[in-house]
Design a binder for this molecule. Structure first.
Ligand SMILES: NC(=O)c1ccc[n+]([C@@H]2O[C@H](COP(=O)([O-])OP(=O)(O)OC[C@H]3O[C@@H](n4cnc5c(N)ncnc54)[C@H](OP(=O)(O)O)[C@@H]3O)[C@@H](O)[C@H]2O)c1
Length: 291
């Protein structure tokens, strides 16, 4: 049995969708959402011992990047303590652990795609805790895969696509940051690529940190343009003008890297995985979900 930590989040929901048609050799999936994880540091270890999963996929995280600057204890608990406990269990039980991290572990210097061995230097507390979470797993002695992904979107939860469609229905002008670059990643594609990689790990496990995101690159301004151009319900949109602005004109509590480009060379080399371009995934999601 695959134990997915998370139930209603973007990626947890994506696993539920993708596993409707993907037969994993690790078995069917069970989901543990926040209601079942009331006490992360106490009860979860004995829960895992009772469940004895063949694999744990941790999709749970504190992802409110700006709020994390002040809500530090809650962020630390989810992004550091939870992966640490999962990894301790996985090391003891010889259970492989899959975990997700972020482009925000990098400071985002330069304009070329980061490789996994680049120095990390998070600019915000969320990134700092995600990096600490990685380190806890890395040093636990468990079999693990950590996927650093970026700019996740889906038809559920809180994300840029849904925020743009909501704002575009309310306002006729929007100013969008155009100097932060990265790859939007469709949660369903991320779940599917994870399951495909896991099949390749079945006979001999290779632990490591990998980038995993949709192909291509863009900035938030061009991402917004693509969303509005391809939204299925054009009549609902009031938006007439999108203005590109520098990050300096849109101050936020958490600083963000300007270069979030992630090289996919390692995951292609080790697992033969190449995710499709982000804009193709976006168009499919908007069309399939009629949003
Ligand atoms: N979103 C992005 O743009 C982005 C970018 C880079 C990396 N990532 C990483 O990708 C992974 C998946 O992110 P996502 O976008 O799917 O996140 P999300 O939509 O914000 O979902 C967060 C998940 O965490 C769980 N959770 C939140 N608070 C909790 C609590 N107090 N106790 C227990 N569980 C709690 C939620 O549980 P419920 O299911 O019960 O709601 C939910 O399943 C994360 O590791 C994230 O750091 C995300």
């Amino acid at each position: 049995m695959i134990l997915v930590i998370g139930r209603n989040g973007q990626l947890a929901q994506a696993f539920q969708t993708v596993l409707l048609s993907f037969k994993s050799s690790y078995g069917s999936a069970q989901y543990l959402g926040r209601d079942e994880l009331q006490s992360i540091d106490g009860e979860i270890f004995s829960r895992l011992k009772r469940l004895q999963p063949s694999l744990i996929i941790n999709t749970a995280a504190y992802t409110a990047v700006d709020k994390a600057e002040t809500d530090r204890d809650a962020c630390f608990l989810l992004n550091v303590t939870l992966p640490k406990i999962l990894a301790e269990y996985c090391a003891q039980a010889s259970t492989p652990l899959v975990h997700y991290s972020t482009d925000y572990v990098y400071a985002g210097v330069g304009t070329t795609p980061h490789v996994e061995s680049d120095p990390t230097a998070p600019l915000n507390y969320y990134g700092e805790t995600k990096l600490r979470g990685e380190m806890e797993i890395n040093s636990s002695g468990s079999k693990f895969l950590i996927f650093r992904t970026s700019w996740v979107f889906s038809s559920v939860g809180v994300n840029f696509v849904k925020s743009m469609l909501r704002l575009g229905a309310e306002k006729d002008t929007l100013s969008i940051v155009s100097d932060q670059w990265g790859a939007p990643t469709f949660a369903d594609d991320l779940a599917l690529a994870t399951l495909q990689i896991l099949e390749k790990q079945k006979n001999s496990w290779r632990s490591g940190i990998y980038h995993l995101a949709n192909a291509g690159e863009t900035n938030w301004y061009h991402f917004a343009e693509k969303i509005f151009a391809n939204a299925t319900n054009q009549q609902a949109l009031k938006i007439k003008l999108l203005k590109p602005i520098p990050s300096s004109e849109f101050p936020t509590p958490a600083r963000r890297p300007v270069n979030s480009r992630l090289s996919m060379a390692k995951v292609a080399r080790d697992f033969g995985i190449q995710m499709r371009p982000w804009d193709v995934a976006l168009m499919q999601m908007l069309f399939d979900q009629r949003i």
